[in-house]
Ligand binder design. Structure first.
Ligand SMILES: [Zn+2]
Length: 467
């Protein structure tokens, strides 16, 4: 069998055709059935060249005459510009024409493609590169795209990283300036008689660590999730959750970032915003002045996690010879501390922790487990003491049906940070690189990247818009 594929089009009322490729088959087998991958690449590449050439030729023809007098522009020179598309590199005719004689002023020559020809990469390719690089490593994205599409060595982990950074930088530029406390007060003062807002927005924030490039050690990235409890208009609607992330020591506008995210979830003035975190200083800083009347609480989840660690250390103490009773008694007392914190009785909880530490002091010199437990308990005491103003009466909140924990935050850190940033020990990051990747990654996870591209390129993926 011999098959010839050609493209047929109409130009000035005449049918034009050009050969794209030939397919030859002798023996039918599963592996020869239909097009193979190599043929599909040749086909796409060939068709793309013809489509682009026709589009550009037609557009140039439409622009060929002066809009004032109808005279044809004189040619000052030819030229082409190379553009990388999803289906291979294409050469775009990019001539230079003379200014029309009827126009007395302006540049002597101009390029008619100037109105549409921007950049060297088609948005479709840029989008796919950015989307996949937000999910899997840069090199893997290059391998994958080159395997299935007619792309050459110009698609590699360096170009993909650069394209993702360019996309993220453009998003960052459009974010606007950091928000100040003063702004909130002015805006609230302007509001009169606001409608009752939707249910509270709960924002869970946590930190994770990634390995730093060019030096030893790690740096912290912040990730979190914002959830609207309910909509006043549609109470049955499933609450909407969106995640966010940034590098604390790099980001210059974390408040604006979070505010825009909550705005996209319909944040209204006077809407209650509840922040839950593990109370770290840098995490708390962002939440200040976010919204008048916003609350910040320690997430119950983080307290139980710490208590669980203490209880495990108590088990080691019980396992030591002759300390089973002492260990069991301490375990019970730790439980009562947890109980007091649950009811927001922090002062009493701290007193009991001090008693426990006094008792552990008596035996820690002779017991490795007691020494370890005492260290853990000292840390826990500092944690509770530093965060006492952020520890609510969890029991009361729980009975009122209010949020006491964002247990999802642990999985958010995993989803936003770990899965992409710390897969392999040797993966290292610059502050900027990590921050920019977090921006595109959260857009992808929130299903928003396509909308971002559509706001830049209105005709991008029109079918998805209609759906
Ligand atoms: Zn003219």
């Amino acid at each position: 069998m011999k098959l010839r594929l050609e493209v047929v089009w109409e130009s000035e009322g005449e049918e034009q055709r050009r050969n794209v490729m030939a397919i030859e088959r002798s023996q039918l087998a599963m592996e020869t059935l239909g097009l193979n991958l190599g043929e599909s690449k040749t086909l796409l590449d060939g068709v793309q060249d013809i489509v682009v050439a026709q589009q550009v030729a037609e557009n140039l023809e439409q622009r060929r005459r002066c809009s004032h007098c109808g005279e044809r522009y004189g040619s000052k020179g030819g030229g082409t510009k190379e553009v990388k598309t999803l289906f291979g590199r294409v050469k775009v005719a990019n001539p230079r024409w003379n200014r029309c004689r009827c126009q007395p002023s302006g540049a002597k020559t101009f390029r008619p493609t100037l109105s549409w020809l921007q950049g060297q990469t088609s948005p479709e390719l840029l989008y796919l590169e950015t989307k996949w690089a937000s999910l899997i490593p840069f090199g893997k994205v290059a391998d994958l795209l080159r395997e299935v599409l007619p792309l050459d060595d110009g698609t590699n982990h360096e170009t993909i990283r650069r394209h993702l950074h360019e996309t993220a930088e453009r998003m960052e530029k459009e974010l606007g300036a950091e928000r100040q406390l003063r702004l909130f007060e002015e805006e609230v003062a302007q509001q009169e008689d606001p409608a009752p807002p939707d249910g509270p927005i709960t924002v869970g924030i946590d930190g994770g660590y990634v390995r730093a490039a060019h030096k030893e050690g790690f740096f912290e990235v912040i990730a979190g999730r914002s959830v609207v409890a309910f909509r006043r208009e549609a109470k049955d609607e499933v609450p909407e959750a969106k995640c966010f992330g940034y590098v604390q020591t790099y980001d210059e506008k974390p408040r604006r970032r979070l505010w825009e995210l909550m705005k996209s979830q319909g944040l209204q003035d006077h809407q209650q915003v509840v922040f839950m975190s593990d109370g770290g200083e840098d995490v708390r800083r962002v939440q200040e002045y976010m919204q008048p009347g916003s609350e910040h609480w320690i997430d119950w989840f983080h307290i139980t996690m710490r208590v669980t660690v203490l209880q495990q250390q108590t088990k080691s103490l019980m396992a030591e010879a002759g300390r089973a009773d002492t260990g069991a008694a301490i375990a019970k007392r730790i439980d009562s501390v947890k109980h007091l914190i649950w009811h927001g009785n922090v002062a009493e909880a701290l007193d009991r922790l001090h008693d426990l530490l006094d008792d552990l002091d008596l035996i820690r010199a002779h017991s490795a487990a007691a020494e370890k437990l005492a260290c853990g308990m000292t840390e826990f005491e500092i944690y509770i003491r530093n965060n006492r103003q952020f520890i609510p009466n969890f029991g009361e909140r729980y009975r009122q049906g209010e949020t006491i924990t964002t247990a999802f935050v642990e999985s958010t850190i995993n989803q936003v940070v770990s899965r992409r940033f710390v897969k392999k020990q040797q993966m290292t990051w610059t502050l900027r690189g990590a921050h920019l990747l977090l921006q595109t990654r959260t857009k992808v996870l929130n299903n928003e990247l396509e909308n971002v591209f559509r706001s830049w390129y209105p005709q991008f993926r029109p079918s998805a818009k209609a759906a």
